[in-house]
Design a binder for this molecule. Structure first.
Ligand code: ATP
Ligand code: IP8
Length: 254
């Protein structure tokens, strides 16, 4: 598989328990495996963006420019690490930050200035981007544009063969696998069935975060196939990329 959109979850590339702790070796290994496979590489915030976002109250109350900038700078530190790793492998890639082309309203995506992205695509550019803080024209001043939403934005523009999400568990389960041992991995499902399978579980542990992620994945599956795989299981990822048997969740288009 080539020309993919890949989202590196913050739970994979950082240690979420410790502020601003990147997993450099994991980043390097993933970049090495993925470098010739993607058109768009997206990464999440993990213990960078999310940590500082929590400190300043982003998405919970209106924040000042100064506080928004703190979160942006934290994301820049992480994206610079990912970029450096890509450059070590000589990848030709352009870093584009959502704060420059996305506007939210009341915490939701409102407007994407996509003309430049479309032109980059036509010219064969490979793009690195990441979950970010963007202007919010509602009452919050600024809010988060997640890497998951970016995967949807870029899927609309790039129309890839598939979108891959890498997280710290094997895929999407019926319930949170870290909290509920009865959680079952959903292996193969159509986009239209996905939200039902997930909400249908009796779990009350499921966060709004995961629900939003699943809803975003459902919308991406209207455009292309989506796969959720474990970003720590590198041999499994390689098998997937070469078309062999793999463990994970496949969300079929439609
Ligand atoms: P980031 O937003 O920083 O990029 P991420 O995309 O890597 O992070 P999280 O938002 O941390 O991922 O979501 C992954 C976590 O969601 C897993 O560690 C898992 O424990 C939890 N989770 C909750 N419910 C489920 C579920 N039904 N299936 C899979 N994971 C779930
Ligand atoms: O980790 C969040 O992106 P995500 C980015 O993809 C910030 O949800 C700034 C918290």
């Amino acid at each position: 598989l080539r020309d993919l959109i890949v989202k590196l979850g913050g739970s994979v590339i950082t240690n979420k328990a410790v502020k601003e702790s990147p997993r450099i070796d994991v980043i390097r290994s993933l970049v090495g495996i993925l470098k010739d496979r993607f058109r768009v590489l997206i990464h999440g915030g993990g213990s960078f963006g999310h940590y500082v976002a929590y400190e300043v109250g982003l998405n919970r109350r209106p924040v000042s420019f100064e506080d928004a900038l703190k979160v942006m700078k934290s994301m820049d530190r992480l994206s610079n690490i990912v970029l450096r790793s890509l450059e070590e492998f000589n990848a030709k890639i352009l870093l584009i930050r959502p704060r420059e082309f996305v506007i939210n309203k009341e915490l939701r995506l409102y407007k994407v200035f996509e003309d430049a992205l479309v032109e980059y695509k036509k010219r064969g550019a490979n793009i690195l981007t990441h979950g970010d803080v963007v202007v919010d024209i509602g009452k919050y001043n600024f809010s988060v544009c997640s890497g998951d939403v970016l995967a949807l934005i870029f899927a609309r523009i790039f129309r890839p063969k598939a979108v891959i999400f890498l997280s710290d568990v094997d895929g999407i389960y019926t319930k949170d696998p870290k909290r509920d041992p009865s959680a079952k991995l959903i292996e193969d499902i159509s986009g239209s069935e996905l939200v039902g399978a997930f909400e249908g579980s009796s779990s009350t542990d499921v966060t709004g975060g995961m629900k939003l992620k699943v809803e975003t994945i459902k919308r991406i599956s209207e455009i292309t196939d989506v796969y959720v795989l474990n970003g720590f299981k590198l041999d499994n990822l390689k098998r997937f990329l070469s078309g062999d048997d793999f463990v994970g969740t496949r969300i079929r288009r439609g």
